[in-house]
Design a protein around this ligand. Structure first.
Ligand SMILES: *Cc1c(COP(=O)(O)O)cnc(C)c1O
Length: 511
């Protein structure tokens, strides 16, 4: 019987010739086929037992629906099975290594979930009288305190609901501050390696976007930045650590140059996981920075939960923060809900993602200040372990150690006939969610791997062994192993471009 390099059997021992048959059910072993819910149920049946409705008069003025709704009538057990079977198709952080760079897919401690489910947090309503939600306000205040302390910034807006939304909040505050001083500026500078949300946010806020080139060492070209800075520039949006997984070590000079030109420094804080407890953006000259609570402070994300993107502000911007925010009063806490003439006003309907606040604060309190620092150190250590362990078989894009993610490009695949996409698909056969690919755009065929602090050495060694094995296969010319991958997945190569450009979001029964 053949064994893998972990000493485990690679086949079941059953005769191999005969395993290609189709089952009668469409299921394959315990991997169950799952049709759409509409294809499962019948509109003729119903899963609920309600009495027939007698004669009644519609009160909606003739606007009632005349066609069938077409809801499938499934019983409760059939409904539960449908969604449970679908959920087993999901690859998640609770199933295995999820090395998606730039996303910080790390373990979500269950304690956070328990805290978020406390009825005093989970069962409250945003329109409840303030006197009945003092505890929630205290929690928001305490979370604000942690976020300000960790960044060395004086103010925070909790309400944005994702990283990209936080960017919008930050850039709106910058625009509001510029307008307040009667200084209409029209350009925002973004490095070439920026996450797509940075230029998108700038454009959404009505700014022209100009790209700043990077140097050979993967950092922003300070001289090029200085040249581009003039009195039309409203802000520079910069990610630090940057999207190549590198610390922008000239950040103080960058900040000084930005401020000398009268512009603001927006920092994309999606990679804060690498520096939390180690460096404070306020000390680095940042004027506004969002967190992705769902990345850095562990709360679930990626199809699994809502996001939350609080933004911290410097003294120069703090008057322009959105409402609502929590303030401490003599006898407790209060919510400021009305904007003064400097505030940008309201960004979301209510107060933001309460459940995420609870999870993030629970993460912070259970780690403590020293634990948070250690999480950052371990994240960086793990990424460097991956970088060092793969550096001889894959091509690292930049010299020297990285921060929390290791960036490779496709030079090691040159002349093999295998692309970054093929390589990523072959990782699925190995049982791994692929790393981030083709981002950042500044290196060719990028593969960005972020193990995070929550992977053990054992897990990383298994992952590294698979990656080394695949790199060896590619170099040995075994193109077939890649070109049709994933072979072991229920669906093979889907037309992702077509799916993104032409999404079919509505079920229509075939006549
Ligand atoms: C994830 C990410 C964002 C966007 O955050 P969302 O919460 O997905 O909106 C922005 N910039 C960088 C560098 C990121 O990694």
């Amino acid at each position: 019987m053949s064994m893998n390099n972990q000493g485990r059997p690679t086949s079941t021992g059953a005769a191999t010739e005969n395993t290609d048959f189709e089952s009668f059910s469409g299921h394959k072993g315990l991997r169950l086929a799952e049709p759409l819910i509409f294809e499962l149920g019948s509109t003729e049946t119903t899963g609920v037992d309600v009495p027939e409705v007698g004669e009644f008069e519609m009160a909606i003025g003739g606007l009632e629906r005349t066609s069938e709704i077409g809801c499938p009538g499934l019983s409760e057990p059939d409904t539960v099975r449908h969604y449970t079977r679908l959920s087993r198709r999901n690859y998640g952080i609770d199933m295995g290594v999820f090395p998606l760079g730039s996303c910080t897919m790390k373990h979500n401690p269950r304690l956070n979930e328990k805290m978020a489910r406390l009825p005093g947090f989970s069962d409250i309503h945003p329109l409840q009288p303030k006197s009945t939600v003092r505890g929630a306000m205290q929690l928001m205040d305490e979370l604000s305190h942690w976020l300000c302390t960790l960044t060395g910034m004086p103010a925070v807006a909790l309400s944005p609901k994702a990283g990209a939304h936080g960017e919008l909040c930050g850039v709106m505050a910058i625009r509001s501050a510029l307008e307040a001083r009667g200084d209409a500026r029209e350009v925002i500078l973004c490095p070439e390696s920026a996450h797509g949300t940075n230029p998108a946010t700038a454009a959404f806020c009505g700014y022209k976007v100009k790209a700043i080139p990077a140097k050979d060492n993967g950092r922003v070209d300070l001289e090029a930045l200085k040249e581009a800075l003039d009195d039309t520039v409203a802000a520079v949006m910069l990610t630090n650590p940057n999207t190549c997984g590198l610390f922008e070590n000239e950040i103080r000079d960058i900040a000084d140059a930005i401020h000398a030109a009268g512009a603001f420094f927006y920092c994309d804080g999606a990679n804060f996981n690498a520096i939390m407890g180690k460096a404070r953006p306020g000390d680095l000259g940042v004027d506004a920075m969002h967190f992705n609570l769902h990345k850095t402070f562990s709360t679930p994300h990626g199809g699994g939960g809502p996001g939350s993107g609080p933004v911290v502000f410097s003294d120069a911007l703090k008057a322009h923060v959105p409402v609502p925010f929590v303030v401490k009063t003599d006898d407790g806490f209060d919510l400021v809900e009305d904007a003064d003439d400097k505030s940008m006003g309201r960004l979301v309907a209510y107060h933001g993602q309460m459940g995420m606040y609870v999870r993030a604060l629970s993460y912070m309190l259970s780690h403590g200040a020293d634990g948070i620092r250690q999480a950052a150190e371990d994240a960086v250590l793990n990424a460097n372990y991956v970088l060092a362990s793969l550096g001889d078989v894959m091509t690292a894009s930049f010299d020297g150690p990285c921060m929390h993610e290791a960036l490779f490009d496709d030079r090691f695949l040159k002349d093999t006939g295998v692309t970054t996409l093929d390589f990523a698909k072959a990782m699925i056969d190995e049982g791994y969610h692929p790393m981030t690919m083709y981002f950042p755009l500044v290196v060719h065929g990028a593969m960005l791997i972020e193990p995070t602090e929550s992977e053990s050495k054992f897990n990383m060694d298994q992952f590294i062994a698979s990656m080394r094995g695949l790199a060896g296969e590619a170099k040995a010319g075994n193109v077939d192993r890649f070109s049709g991958a994933p072979y072991h997945a229920p669906w093979k190569r889907l037309d992702e471009t077509q799916a993104a450009r032409n999404p079919v979001l509505r079920y229509s029964p075939e006549e």
